[in-house]
Design a protein around this ligand. Structure first.
Ligand SMILES: *Cc1c(COP(=O)(O)O)cnc(C)c1O
Length: 422
């Protein structure tokens, strides 16, 4: 932490020691953990600075140049920058940067393209999809008639033949592609061909892989998708927030679906931070970052596989790998908590056709976006794989745990955290 941050925290300590202490502890936790949560990352100091700045105080309902409040000249500047940079980054015709989160972006995308009760194809949550792709506990599954597709039992990759059959049978208005726990390349041209066969629109939710797409490490959903949604906090390494990109044809519908239909005043401080994030992602070193995320993940996966763990879908092409821990005689929940006890943070995750309930699961989802942002490379991936294997094959052995915890502390001390140390 530098001087000005320390003094900001000192002020907070004086005024509100309870909150300040939790912030300080979270700072330490992030610094001394090996973060393998595939949806997390470390935003840069510049992103955090923009996000914590004075634009927090501004009301700006509407869009740049047509607001419902005075005093919007500077927030207009950052929103226009965010839009232009996102257009350049992804090659999109139209961009909306106001969605508060990935889920809000999806809600607005549905409002823009569907009427309540219309039919949509989405990937099932327990096969790698997202809550907002039609789960019954989500608004999505209750507002629209979602038909869920999934992965092939053998290959554990998206079953495009099943998708095609379901599309022919149900004639959806919209097909949603995109996942939260899928380790292989998504075939966007194939999705589009299926959508075209039945006259459906194609929506791609690239929340997890947006940074890989921006950095050229995963094929782009453009020009195949009619509408694309994303978060900005995952592989894109920005502030927590949402993003919608679409064709010119859908532009007005998307903008009015965000405001005024589903949101009020935009978070201008977050939009400023999105502009910074897109600016960072446009630089050549972001492409190096994206390809390092993937090569780190592939090495981690290979090491775990060589140590006898089973990889769902046989491995990974992207930033995450899903590990089936049942061969070790443990559950995903056991694995998550044993790893957490030594400072390795990951999450339990259902594997396709998982016989265990969602709170238990057979799988562990591991991702490399965050540790790659710290500058970790091949040597650290081998080390992390060794730790994971040691812990998961010595469950309940406190001596092993103590040893690994010390090593984790030593390694994390050597890798500065973007946004905290630099
Ligand atoms: C993370 C995620 C979202 C939701 O993002 P939030 O910002 O958490 O609302 C939506 N879709 C997919 C595929 C995701 O992985």
């Amino acid at each position: 932490m530098n001087k000005s941050e320390q003094s900001a925290l000192d002020l907070l300590f004086q005024q509100d020691p309870e909150v300040a202490q939790a912030l300080q502890q979270e700072d330490d936790r992030q610094r001394y953990s090996v973060v393998l949560i595939a949806s997390e990352n470390y935003a840069s100091k510049a992103v955090l600075q923009a996000q914590s700045g004075v634009m927090n105080n501004k009301y700006a309902e509407g869009y740049p140049g047509r607001r419902y409040y005075g005093g919007c000249q500077y927030v207009d500047v950052v929103e226009r920058l965010a839009i232009q940079r996102a257009q350049q980054l992804f090659g999109a015709e139209h961009v909306n940067v106001q969605a508060h989160s990935g889920s809000q972006a999806n809600m607005a995308a549905y409002f823009a393209t569907l009427k309540p009760g219309e039919t949509v194809l989405g990937m099932a949550l327990d096969q790698g999809g997202h809550l907002t792709h039609g789960a019954t506990v989500s608004f999505s599954g209750n507002t629209y008639k979602f038909v869920q597709y999934g992965v092939d039992r053998q290959t554990e990759t998206i079953d495009y033949d099943q998708l095609e059959r379901l599309a022919q049978e149900h004639r959806p208005k919209l097909i949603v592609a995109g996942c939260s726990a899928y380790s292989r390349i998504i075939d966007f041209p194939r999705f589009r061909a299926i959508a075209d066969q039945v006259g459906a629109l194609l929506m791609v939710d690239m929340a997890h892989i947006a940074g890989l797409i921006a950095g050229g490490a995963h094929p782009s959903p453009f020009p195949h998708a009619h509408i694309v949604t994303s978060t900005t906090q995952k592989t894109l390494r920005g502030p927590r927030g949402g993003l919608i990109l679409c064709t010119e044809e859908l532009a007005r519908k998307v903008d009015s679906a965000v405001f005024p239909y589903s949101q009020g005043g935009p978070f201008m401080h977050v939009i400023a931070a999105k502009a910074v994030c897109f600016g960072e992602a446009l630089r050549p070193d972001f492409a190096r970052y994206a390809s390092q995320v993937v090569s780190n993940c592939q090495l981690l996966a290979q090491e775990l596989s060589e140590a006898g763990l089973r990889l769902v879908a046989g491995g990974t092409d992207n930033h995450l790998v899903l590990v089936d821990v049942t061969p070790l005689g443990i559950t995903g929940r056991d694995a998550e908590s044993a790893l957490e006890s030594v400072g390795i943070i990951a999450n339990k995750n259902a594997i396709p056709y998982d016989p265990k309930p969602p709170r238990v699961t057979s799988g562990l989802r591991l991702g490399t976006p965050a540790i790659t942002s710290r500058g970790c490379g091949p040597a650290e991936m081998r080390q992390v794989a060794r730790w994971i294997v040691q812990i998961l094959t010595n469950m309940g052995n406190d001596q092993v745990k103590q040893q690994v915890a010390q090593e984790v502390r030593a390694m994390t001390s050597r890798f500065p955290v973007p946004g905290i140390d630099q």
